[in-house]
Write a protein that binds this ligand. Structure first.
Ligand code: SAM
Length: 336
């Protein structure tokens, strides 16, 4: 199957699907501290609708799907949902991004249902700081979650570490040590302008991964390495003798729009071709307005919507650390 190609010659092969805006954490760079309104249940895509959309995306040539949120493991029925996805022919890779809290309970079940691998977010290795960044999260639970994912074979495991100046940039070497000692792929990610808390402080808190890499190369020999599932924006390196790898994702300082192969489906049922652009296609309304169970009609509607999202995918974004309020976006609603 040929992959769908956008107006700039990019093959779209990757769909990132947010199944909920709810989360058991409230990370400082993602969610506001005060009580906020969740999207009402009836506005969230039902699992059956998501499966239909993914089936059609795969028919069009998508081969990889990542499930995210909010926190995907807070949504009931996640294991059965993954089992349904596994039945889709030609869907080669199903992965999930999680804060790890529920993995001790879910890792084996998810593996058994057909999940290939997980990305786990981990921004600090210090209990107190971890709780502060996540506003109440448990480092102990997340570390146990990592152990469970390793044991269940949800491999390769990528650890997402968002670097924030003055908050966790002092821990970079601790994370490197983690990659030395354990078979984990630690990815240092540039902080993006999401989360109301940072709106006035963004420029001071932003730290480029080049700066981090430069510091690390003074101490370690970083050998470039390819890892099997990595065809995304991360560049990976290995230190001789280490069990894991170190990756760098330059979300802001060096855009990777030219090779961007993804589109997103939000939990509210909008297809979003670029994280940083407000362009969306309301696929949920299209399906629900059709008021039909006819499979052929539904699949045609879905296909048209996906093709439209691919056509409107912008060439790139111009976001950098000098962002304006206009650029500010809500990661928790779109799905990271
Ligand atoms: N709850 C899950 C988790 O914690 O991994 C999945 C959703 S979370 C929004 C997905 C990823 O987006 C996480 O790795 C998180 O660190 C990242 N993320 C959220 N806000 C971000 C920001 N402002 N800058 C960079 N990454 C961000």
């Amino acid at each position: 199957m040929n992959k769908p190609i956008d107006n700039f010659g990019r093959k779209i092969s990757y769909l990132r699907v947010s199944i909920t805006d709810r989360c058991n954490y409230r990370c400082i760079y993602c969610k506001p501290e005060e009580q906020f309104e969740f999207i009402p249940h009836e506005e969230i895509l039902r699992y059956e609708e998501i499966v239909e959309i993914i089936e059609e995306a795969v028919n069009l040539g998508v081969t990889k799907v990542r499930i995210t949120g909010g926190e995907p493991l807070v949504r009931e029925g996640i294991v059965d949902f993954i089992r349904h996805l596994r039945k889709i022919n030609k869907l080669e890779d199903i992965s999930l991004t999680t804060n790890g809290f529920f993995l001790p309970e879910y890792a084996e079940k998810l593996k058994d249902a057909g999940l290939n691998r997980v990305n786990i977010s981990l921004d600090s290795l210090q209990e107190e700081k971890y709780t502060k960044i996540t506003r109440g999260g448990s480092l102990e639970k997340t570390l146990k979650g990592i152990d469970s994912a390793l044991k269940a074979g949800l491999l390769p495991i990528k650890i997402n570490t968002v670097l924030i100046r003055g908050i966790n940039d002092d821990e970079v070497e601790d994370f490197v040590r983690l990659a030395l000692e354990r078979p984990l792929n630690i990815r240092f990610i540039e902080f993006m302008p999401s989360g109301e808390e940072v709106i006035n402080e963004f420029e001071n808190k932003f730290i480029s991964v080049q700066e981090i890499k430069k510091k690390l190369t003074k101490k370690y020999l970083l050998n470039p390495i390819k890892i099997s599932t990595a065809n995304g924006p991360a560049k990976y390196y290995q230190i001789k003798g280490s069990q894991g790898t170190i990756g760098f994702i330059t979300a802001l300082s060096q855009h990777f729009c030219k090779t961007c192969n993804r589109i997103r489906l939000t939990s509210e049922g909008k297809l979003r071709p670029c994280l940083f652009s407000n362009k969306e296609v309301d696929i949920k309304q299209s399906i629900r307005n059709a008021k039909t169970d006819d499979k052929i009609i539904r699949s045609k509607i879905i296909r048209n919507n996906i093709e439209e999202a691919i056509i409107i995918k912008p060439e790139g974004h111009k976001l950098n650390k000098k962002f304006s309020n206009r650029d500010f976006f809500k990661m928790s609603e779109i799905g990271g």
